[in-house]
Design a protein around this ligand. Structure first.
Ligand SMILES: NC(=O)c1ccc[n+]([C@@H]2O[C@H](COP(=O)([O-])OP(=O)(O)OC[C@H]3O[C@@H](n4cnc5c(N)ncnc54)[C@H](OP(=O)(O)O)[C@@H]3O)[C@@H](O)[C@H]2O)c1
Length: 294
């Protein structure tokens, strides 16, 4: 099987490359400089030249707050570019795997969100990702996988920000009233690889890291894990605060836990476990941090 990964240098893109290294599949990992998915001409000629069986779209505009002022760019990358990919897969009969977000929901439910629940994004990022879902659905063969609160040893994410701020500050205030389920990008990459190998019925599926928590709870677990891994790790004091005390340009859902039951029932892919991944990721991040300071 030949697989094209777009956005190959993002955190999911890198984890996908790691995951496919273990396989015998041929992988074309295209960074933004190698394939800008907003150019329909480039997408068409790249796809026709390489003829992948599967395209996994890990490229996206992911700055949730900046999207409020860069709406055109967010829609161009998260929606218009997905139309380019859908058109290209239809041309060669390939299969499109597209990744979306829990931020398509408004957080008004109190039980984990299922795929068929009403969407109502609160910000530009979520709106652009929802528009991208509609474009992905135009592919003849596709799956959309919604994930949430992605972290990894790569790129920028909450875990890496915590480790950095933890060593710079004595105390941190972290939001305690937004509830979600973090997703390790490595677990998501494994799930996407399994989908590439055995494409299910076209549709939308949820995948996240299991156990729900708040950002404050996630930060507590991150710092505790770092403390176990590194004897001289400096713990900041962390204070739980409500969202009202940490206003951000983009509104976020208060509750966006995803129910991964459908993916397990239809395809046998079980949700990940962020708690299990935490030790390994913190260890890699601390090692890289230590190496950078040497
Ligand atoms: N991060 C989260 O918490 C989260 C949560 C739920 C869902 N998701 C979704 O999960 C997916 C993966 O997210 P991630 O965290 O891995 O994102 P990421 O680390 O921000 O990576 C996105 C990648 O897309 C690339 N890109 C941006 N514009 C592009 C373009 N026009 N053409 C080609 N590549 C382009 C970026 O390139 P540059 O590095 O050059 O900018 C970057 O390498 C996305 O669909 C995202 O919406 C993310």
């Amino acid at each position: 099987m030949r697989v094209l990964i777009t956005g190959a240098c993002g955190q999911l893109g890198k984890c996908l490359q790691d995951s496919f290294k273990e396989s015998s599949h041929e992988v074309i990992a295209a960074s933004r400089s190698e394939l800008d998915i907003t150019s329909s001409d480039s997408v068409e000629s790249f796809v026709l030249a390489h003829e992948p069986d599967v395209i996994i779209n890990a490229a996206a505009y992911t700055s949730v707050d900046k999207a409020e002022v860069e709406s055109d760019l967010a829609f161009k990358v998260n929606a218009d570019a997905v139309a380019n990919l859908a058109a290209a897969v239809n041309k060669i009969g390939a299969f499109l795997i597209h990744v979306s977000t829990d931020y398509v929901f408004d957080g008004s439910l109190t039980r984990p969100y299922r795929e068929g629940d009403s969407v109502n994004p609160m910000g530009v990022y979520g709106k652009s990702k929802l528009a991208g879902e509609r474009e992905a659905e135009k592919a003849n063969r596709y799956v959309i996988v919604r994930a949430a609160w992605i972290f990894s040893e790569y790129g920028s994410n909450f875990l890496k920000t915590m480790v950095r701020l933890g060593s710079e500050r004595d105390s941190l205030s972290i939001v305690n009233d937004q509830i979600g389920a973090p997703t390790y990008a490595g677990d998501l990459a494994e799930a996407l690889r399994a989908l590439a190998e055995s494409p299910p019925v076209s549709g939308t599926y949820h995948f996240s890291g299991g156990q729900r928590c708040s950002w404050y709870g996630f930060a507590q677990e991150i710092f505790q894990t770092c403390g176990v891994l590194k004897a001289d790790f400096q713990f900041p004091v962390i204070n739980p605060i409500p969202t009202s005390e940490f206003p951000t340009p983009a509104k976020r859902p208060a509750f966006s836990v995803l129910d991964g039951g459908l993916l397990e029932a239809r395809v046998g892919i079980r949700e990940g476990s962020w708690a299990d991944a935490l030790r390994d990721v913190c260890s890699k991040v601390l090692e890289a941090d230590y190496a950078a300071k040497k």
